[in-house]
Design a protein around this ligand. Sequence first.
Ligand code: SF4
Ligand code: SF4
Length: 381
Amino acid sequence: MLYRPIGKTGMSASIIGLGTEHLDNRPYELCEEVIDAALDAGINILDVFMPGTPVRENIGKALKGRRDKVMIQGHIGSVDIRQQYDRTRDVILCRQYFENLLRCFKTDYIDFGMMFFIDTEEDYQGVFETDYIDYVLKLKEEGKIRAIGASSHNPKMAARVVNTGIIEILMFATNPAYDMLSHDADIGDAMEGRIDRSEYDGIDLDRAHLYRLCESKGIAITTMKTLGAGKLLSPDFSPFEKPLTVAQCIHYALTRPAVVSTMLGCSAREQVLEAVNYLNLSDEERDYSEAIKTPKGSLSGHCMYCNHCLPCPADIDIAATIRMLDIASLDTHNIPLRILEEYSTRSYKASDCIECGSCERKCPFSVKVIEHMQRAAQVFE
Ligand code: SF4
Ligand code: SF4
């Protein structure tokens, strides 16, 4: 397993995490099998958004004696009143469900207290303009959560949450299909195939901005919907020419700026093994660059950080260099120190480019790499 630092928290997450929603309404034995497989593979981060007591008790029981081996993303405001998933900002209810989570897990802290599902203006106001936020801040102060996070599917709203300066980790819906839809588009429609393939039109700028913003501020992203609820793997539902593989979807998520872990929902041991098998695959097997070309081909010019252009005779890590340049371009007068340090530690820098053009011939997205290298040299050197 590989691990990435979670922003400024001092903690590190396995690049593949476990989403536990598919353990809901399933027998304990299955829950134990999946949790065992995940921990055996070195997975150290679990997402638990489900509000129901039985599934929480099952996960808590499966983790018995191993609580310290995993970090939990627990969601504050996820409820199941009237047997239906819902979100609430009512502090009494939030407290009831949060205390229940601690009880089920037989623990006195949750690693990441995620402010649940902030997608709309109403959500934002419900979180930041009521006593809900006071409750969350108090949980942190009391040590009942180690860091504050949030979850969202909406890039504009997520960026607004990031800009409050309160969160340290963001759970965001990330996959190539979502990234290529306008933030106004209905994600449910997209995944049900109700959006015509011709509508997919290059990476949504709000999404690209969110990833860069998080990286520039040192906010870690964990991803949900990495496989698009499995639809990206299906020739019938994928919006792309061909279905993607699990490994391509994971690689796509892990090559977005700021992403530290993909939280994959697994309902069987085999699914955990298939996910972690990503670590054993070659660059070619992970490469998603050809698979996510859109009918309009309008990803053109935007680096997708896919590394399809390697090898570079000057040994430049082209995707990483363009990613750093993209983040620096948010505000060239105020480039995050982390990015400057990351660039300075590179053995081969943009100025080493010999302008051979090999990368531009290989890039499926017609990125003008040489111009990017020239600009990176100006900005960083
Ligand atoms: S320049 Fe092209 S091939 Fe290279 S990482 Fe960017 S998108 Fe991929
Ligand atoms: S043009 Fe520059 S960055 Fe591209 S492969 Fe050649 S040396 Fe590397």
